[in-house]
Design a protein around this ligand. Sequence first.
Ligand code: GLT
Ligand code: MN
Ligand code: MN
Length: 390
Amino acid sequence: MTSSGQYQPKPEHKFSFGLWTLGNRGRDPFGDAVRPPISPVDIVSMLAETGAWGVNLHDNDLVPIDATYAERDRIVCDFKKACETNGITVPMATVSLFFHPVFRDGAFTANDPEVRAYALQKTMRAMDLGAELGAKIFVLWGGREGVETDACRRADEAVKRLREAVNYLCEYSIDRGYGYKFAMEAKPNEPRADIYMATTGHYLGFIPTLEHPEMVGVNPEVAHEQMAGLNFMHGVAQAWECGKLFHIDLNDQMPGRYDQDLRFGSANVKSTFWLVKFLEDVGYNGPRHFDAHAYRTEDYDGVKDFARGCMRTYLILKEKASQWNADKEIQSILNEITPPRNGTPEVGHYSEQGSAALLAHCFDKDAMAKKRLPYERLDQLTIDLITGTR
Ligand code: GLT
Ligand code: MN
Ligand code: MN
């Protein structure tokens, strides 16, 4: 059996947290903060203490929105030093286009051209900041890009405005030589009644319409896809399959609730297992970012428990995934349910000859329908394995 030492996070696991996650003070719509403020520099040392590899940030997680240039430079300098001292990297940066009241009607999709222009300016400055810290991934979460009433604008106009903004930002990255990959993060609702680009699938449809589609991918978040009632791993798989999984936000969520951002794997162990197994099987090599926060009941020791728990659960499930792949009975069922082609006509690329052979072939439907598909057994073996019974 594995000793708990083997679940220690290491830099090669690429575990990262946002400043806003460990720094979350437990404020919610009905209650005030329960934890005192903690500085970005202290968050960095807390991350190092828990064994994380990276830290991500919004512009204003680090630099207050009204900071002077001199203040900004001092804050950034102290933060860089803290990252260096603690061996923490900054893989991703993002921009807050949702907190300030100026964005109450959206940012890139707002009706007021002045707001849209300000949103671009703020994002370009956040890109400058991220580049200075070494980030190569830039996340765009359009939390306010949505509506309470569709009376406010035509929804296709919003799509056009968003396209224009992303095109502009790609050019800015090219112009400055930043080498960013943009990762678009979807969410169906909250804080808006409805948010445009409700799911990762919406973004996968949007990206090919951009001027630089190769620079833009997705940042799927567990909780957000589950809020839409979707199978998260399926969305991740589709993004991966078309080369668009640029980043990922790991957390957990109970069905039918507000965006809970729970500790990774704390609510749905089985779907979390399939997710980890997928990421490990395909060799996803990007950051494993936890966009979650500790229960409101915790103090900062509890926040550390939360952070350690996210990484530990990932590593436990990673180990379970390799056990699953090595399990003889599981493998023999997998072989049985994916039989070789044998005499079946080949259907790959269409050819006139191939299609003629297919049309002429005689299928024994009854024999095919009788082939065993022991998915009950396969699933139970999975449950036994996850629960440590096997
Ligand atoms: C905010 C949101 C997250 C996004 C972050 C990036 S901010 O915390 O809930 O899902 O990933 O803007
Ligand atoms: Mn997120
Ligand atoms: Mn969330």
